[in-house]
Design a protein around this ligand. Sequence first.
Ligand code: CA
Length: 241
Amino acid sequence: MARFSFLIAVAVIAFYAIPGFSLSAGENLVKNGDLNTPDPENKNGPQFWQQPDGKGVVWISHPDSANKKNMVIRFDTRISEIEMVEHWKKIGMDEWVFPDAAKNSISDTYGLSFYSVSIPVEPDQAYRLTFDFKGTVGEIGQSKMWVRGYADLRGRKRRIWETIANPYPVKGKQQEWRRVSQVFFPTKLAKKVTEMKVMLYACYPASVYYFDNIVIEKISQEEYKQGREKGAVIIPITKFD
Ligand SMILES: [Ca+2]
């Protein structure tokens, strides 16, 4: 048994020693991607993420896990624009206040978003984004995840690249949790990108949406090529931490 373990260890080391796998494969570049660690500055939100507004965007226990310490982000796009704007003003989150708030639910217009902190982008490096999602999908579903790339241009940080990962199509019920996985390569299309942020986004139809387990990992260019050919991988999930 000991010898067997030793052989496995050797095999693992050999695998990581292969050029292209020397990067610590599997390391999640999204800090607190499982959303489980509270922000020491604000106990109502996860560390290394934007502060949730506590109404449209809420940091709560996983709705389908017995582990109450397994946290997720929940969006509620049923709330009207007027209500959202009033709430944002009340808590001092003026950044997203629209000048002409409507009675309609926020799903009809802007939707709701939630950002990670910045993540460095390496030149000539391909990545894989993976996340868990629960919510209405299908032809009418508009919720998705973005990765947005930034560069310092003319003295300002500007968004110069982005990619979208859709949590659909998927077979089965619309409200099932699913794990979405998709490759991307920021500097292939925008050489100047030096950092990226993940943006969780929920919109139409007016409903509740959940996100969890956001992972960005480095992959080889060969894996990127294969991933592009295959397209997004979406699998239903039923087991939760
Ligand atoms: Ca979690």
